[in-house]
Design a protein around this ligand. Structure first.
Ligand code: ASP
Length: 317
């Protein structure tokens, strides 16, 4: 694998391989010294043009557990705020010998531009680009679901027959997009629930079912309910009347949680708007996988960095 830009076009075998290597990485995390020497001498750069908590520290932890050197570069406080272009920044990182660049950018397609540019000869990992994709989030979500379903016997398996309902601000969500491509490629059945104003126009072309009524969608007893954050920073218009109305119609509150089967998982990529798209009761319930998702994120990102920089894998996406 040279770059990880997207989950669209990834094959089932490639996805299962990443998840299986992530299982091995999760085993490493249980050791007394949770570290492998496999990326010693490699330099991984976190190039973040947008805010991040989990993703940035997760990639940092992953790279360090593989013994790579890590450089954190955030656009705020750097020459980017003086107007430096992506090209000049990339060439600076190339001159510093970066082997991998983890990029988060507000513009959809920026990681691909970097990968195809020739400005830098490093592996590029998309850590979230605009409303486009967030492939490692989808991989950690798939990993979390697969583990909850299959436990220790997860290796080699997909998500055949698993019914996943993704709820909320689909329109602005790169997490939803990456999950749709990845989860369906692994055999899951995905349905999307949102107000019509937060559903993408081209939704008819996606391999999903669409519902506009959360109670109706939940009455089918999905295996997974994935709540999405309302991405206020990407909204320049009013997409729903007000927060109270949104949470009444589209929020996973305690009452809706109680109606879900005991075995349903409740997921959220974070950061959560508690009380808006998800109640505190739902976020903290035993059905919630929110903290597992964070822990699994490190294992999945270790797997991606390993396959990118040390392993041999076919070009993905
Ligand atoms: N952290 C995820 C992302 O960067 C989800 C979110 O921000 O709502 O896309």
């Amino acid at each position: 694998m040279r770059h990880l830009l997207s989950t669209r076009g990834i094959t089932r075998d490639q996805a299962v391989q990443i998840l299986d290597v992530a299982e091995d990485m999760a085993d490493v995390a249980t050791r007394e010294v949770p570290r492998l020497p496999v990326l010693r001498g490699k330099t991984v750069v976190n190039l973040f043009y947008e805010d991040s908590t989990r993703t940035r520290i997760s990639f940092e932890a992953a790279a360090k557990r593989l013994s790579a050197d890590v450089i954190n570069f955030s656009a705020k406080g750097s020459s980017v705020s003086k107007g430096e272009s992506l090209k000049d920044t990339a060439q600076t990182l190339a001159a510093m010998g970066a082997d991998a660049v983890i990029i988060r950018h507000q513009s959809s397609g920026a990681p691909e531009v970097l990968a195809r540019s020739g400005w830098i000869d490093a592996g590029i990992v998309n850590a979230g680009d605009g409303t486009h994709e967030h492939p490692t989030q989808a991989l950690l979500d798939a990993f979390t679901i697969r583990r909850r379903i299959h436990g220790q016997a997860a290796r080699g398996k997909g998500l055949e027959g698993c019914r996943v309902t993704i709820v909320g601000d689909i329109l602005h969500s790169r997490v939803a997009r990456s999950n749709v491509w990845l989860l369906t490629c692994l055999g899951a059945q995905v349905s999307l629930v949102a107000p019509a104003t937060l559903m993408p126009l081209a939704i008819g072309e996606w391999p999903v079912e669409v519902d506009y009524d959360l109670d109706h969608a939940l009455s089918a007893g999905p295996d997974v309910v994935m709540m999405l954050r309302i991405q206020a920073e990407r909204m320049h218009d009013a997409f729903f009347p007000n927060a109270r109305e949104y949470s009444r119609q589209w929020g996973l509150d305690d009452e809706r949680l109680a109606r879900l089967p005991e075995s349903s998982m409740v997921m959220h990529p974070g950061p959560m708007n508690r009380g808006l798209e998800i109640s505190a009761g739902a976020a903290d319930s035993p059905r919630s996988t929110v903290r597992e998702q964070v822990a699994n994120g490190v294992s999945v990102r270790m797997a991606v960095l390993y396959l990118l920089l040390a392993g041999a894998m076919e070009e993905a996406a």
